[in-house]
Write a protein of this length. Structure first.
Length: 259
């Protein structure tokens, strides 16, 4: 990828746990509409809906259309709850929300390439409470699911290595620091340290997650900043990030891929 030496700033609006539904439709529309003209890209860190109903996903679509920017999302546990996740994804994607499931997307924002690696992440815990790959088959399936998620992060970051700006978008946390404030007894169900090694290895510019409503805003994996953008943690509707990257000589089209 050739650059012309110029630097460009990309404005990213992020939020997790928006939990859209009929009960908060008006508030959601107002929050998303407030982003118009203020950001180049919107990233949603899971729990888009209250219980994973397609009707709730339709409200997400309605709200996302008001931003005037591309909207990328990962799913959260609430989005899986009703058992119709495929229909939820169809509603979202038919409405223009790009859902990343062990996938990546490369966006061009005023000539700056932004690679977003997105996947749900999963549970498993942190030092002192980590789930082992041992015992009953059901427990080992949980361990394997987290393995697959971590591998997807690794593959995705390899795929977007050429991008000027690289972001990892998750629902579950890859680091314990952003869980501080939550009872330690449930940290195992809020994320996994096993999601962190590919991030530490590839060193993206930013990692975003949600899920931990009572956690802390900021953490890090090495020198990589990790933000818990759960709405209750931020105490605002969206967090706005400004990231700087090189402008390419030719603006690339949007690229999608499976990690």
């Amino acid at each position: 990828m050739s650059t012309n030496g110029a630097q460009g700033t990309v404005r990213i609006a992020a939020a997790g746990d928006v939990h859209c539904g009929p009960h908060n439709r008006d508030e959601a529309l107002r929050a998303f509409a407030g982003l118009e003209g203020r950001c180049d890209l919107v990233l949603l860190a899971g729990d888009l809906t209250t219980h994973g109903h397609p009707e709730q996903a339709a409200i997400v679509v309605e709200a996302a259309a008001l931003t005037g920017a591309p909207v990328l999302a990962v799913l959260g546990n609430h989005d899986h709850h009703d058992g119709c996740v495929d229909e939820v994804v169809r509603v979202l994607e038919d409405g223009g929300v790009e859902v990343l499931q062990r996938a990546f997307s490369v966006q061009s924002c005023d000539g700056v390439s932004v690679g977003v690696v997105g996947t749900k992440g999963f549970v498993g815990g942190f030092p002192g409470s980590s789930l082992p790959d041992f015992g009953e088959p059901l427990l080992r399936e949980v361990y394997a699911e987290t393995t697959h998620e971590a591998e997807a992060i690794d593959r995705g970051l390899q795929a977007v290595a050429h991008c000027a700006i690289r972001v990892v978008l998750l629902h579950y946390s890859p680091v314990q620091a952003t869980l501080e404030g939550e009872p330690e007894g449930i940290h195992t169900f809020l994320g996994s340290e096993r999601l962190a090694p590919p991030i530490d290895r590839h060193r993206p510019d930013l990692v975003l997650h949600g899920h931990a409503h009572a956690g802390r805003l900021r953490g890090a994996i090495g020198d990589v900043p990790v933000y818990n953008v759960s709405v209750p943690v931020m105490q605002r509707e969206f967090w706005l990030f400004e990231l700087t990257g090189a402008v390419t000589e030719e603006r690339a089209d949007v690229t999608l891929g499976t990690a």
